[in-house]
Design a protein around this ligand. Structure first.
Ligand code: SF4
Length: 430
């Protein structure tokens, strides 16, 4: 284990290096590489007297909201343990959980806007789901304290192109390399560790926050999978290949990790695998796609509204089925459902409603109001005032929905245009 003791002593000296310590931001995915990295960092800092542990360490873990649920559950449990152990052991460690913005969520883009399932030619997901949330945290930290050092569990043997990229950015004679973000540096303490050494370390050295590395080992064996590292820029390879990534990932032709888990007893994941298959199979089916793009230009466009509604229903049915055995697992959240409804209104689709689809699946009696801002009383007053002309009520209502859609989705660009388009349609149809 002398190699690991050497790495620890190097991390200790890097930790103590600055007079005015720049924070360390450790990218943590719960996978083997970042677990080894964080363990080494933890043990290195533990050797330093408490009064000298002045550098703050942020453990940043991003949840894409479409993580493989089995892996997400495991990662969440580990993060809880890290938080408790940091307090109990007086470690300068803080866990930070990041998620994509609502308008960047996978389902809001795919079902709301109709973006086709991502593939290598149109991989719209990585930036929205993975890069932006962590980059935002890093940028905020830099604007607070000036500079930051990002610690990654990347290893040279993982891919030749990553090895080249790591070499290119290395600062001569130093362990830090520049990051594409200004005032950010990257430190990759385990870059020369090979996979056999990594598992040897994890199997022999106990987790300092009380997790069980055998559980991690079993997850890898059952999922027949590799790592999905924290993705912080476009030089980091896709989590595409064999990895613990998003369960919806259609960038890979086969999701080996999900298939592996199903074969090893997690049959409840079958509806997820079927939904993913459906997205792969019909991605390029002309019946599923609009004949023009979202901006109105020539070319195959987004999914038709009928297919978006169909995907939402299939997703909710899958969630209902999963709930029979795994009641805590959510495949889509309420905020996303509201944002989907809002996006449909914004794009002038009033034919389908999230409430109707939800009711069909769950037998509930929700109304459109349950998927909107609660302006129910204003609506009633409006209805009374328009008692003589229900068409006006309908139009004003739709214009209000458009305006709210723009507010909820943060990007309020184009509201004027949307309102004018809707008025134009109304005039033409009357
Ligand atoms: S795992 Fe797949 S779906 Fe998720 S961000 Fe990476 S490429 Fe996109």
């Amino acid at each position: 284990m002398s190699t690991f003791l050497e790495i620890e002593s190097e991390i200790t000296s890097q930790y103590l290096y600055d007079d005015n310590p720049r924070p360390w931001i450790v990218g943590f995915s719960g996978g083997k590489d970042s677990t080894m990295l964080l363990q080494l960092v933890w043990y290195s800092i533990k050797q330093i007297p408490a009064e000298l542990r002045k550098r703050q360490v942020y453990v940043v873990c991003n949840n894409t909201l479409v993580e493989n649920p089995k892996i997400l559950k495991y990662t969440e449990e580990v993060l809880d343990k890290i938080e408790k152990a940091a307090v109990n052991q007086s470690m300068p460690v803080m866990v930070v959980r990041t998620t994509p913005k609502l308008e960047d969520s996978f389902w809001v883009n795919l079902i709301g806007k109709g973006y086709p399932a991502p593939n290598n030619a149109f991989r719209w997901c990585t930036e929205r789901l993975k890069i932006n949330p962590t980059t935002e945290f890093i940028k905020n930290k830099i604007s607070e304290v000036g500079e930051a050092i990002i610690l990654l569990g990347t290893r040279s043997e993982e891919s030749a192109s990553r090895a080249r990229s790591m070499k290119k950015h290395e600062v001569e004679g130093q362990r830090l390399r520049k990051h594409v973000l200004p005032n950010a540096f990257v430190y990759a303490p385990i870059k020369d560790v090979v996979v056999t050494e990594l598992w040897q370390y994890l199997n022999q050295v106990p987790s300092p926050w009380g997790a069980n590395n055998k559980t991690l080992n079993a997850l890898y064996r059952n999922a027949n999978s590799g790592d999905c590292p924290l993705v912080i820029d476009d030089t980091t390879p896709s989590c595409g290949k064999s990895r613990f990534g998003c369960w919806v990932c259609t960038v890979v032709s086969q999701d080996k990790s999900m298939d592996g888990l199903i074969q090893n007893g997690e049959e409840w994941m079958e509806p997820l695998a079927e939904l993913r298959e459906m997205l792969v199979e019909y991605r390029n089916d002309p019946d599923w796609r609009q004949p023009t793009r979202r901006d109105g230009s020539e070319g195959v466009g987004p999914y038709t509204i009928e297919k978006r509604a169909y995907i939402l229903e299939t997703l909710l049915r899958a969630q209902k089925e999963v709930h029979e055995t795994e009641p805590d697992i959510s495949l889509i959240n309420y905020q996303e459902l509201v944002a989907i409804q809002v996006t449909w209104y914004r794009d002038n689709y009033f034919k389908f409603s999230v409430a109707d689809i939800y009711n069909r699946v769950y037998g509930t009696e929700l109304t459109d109001h349950d998927f909107k801002d609660h302006l129910i009383f204003e609506k009633e007053i409006l209805k009374e005032s328009c008692a003589e002309s229900p068409d006006d009520y309908q139009l004003i209502n739709e214009l209000l929905e458009l305006q709210k859609a723009k507010t909820i989705m943060v990007r309020a660009r184009g509201l004027q245009n949307d309102l004018e388009n809707r008025l134009e349609q109304f005039v033409k149809s009357n």
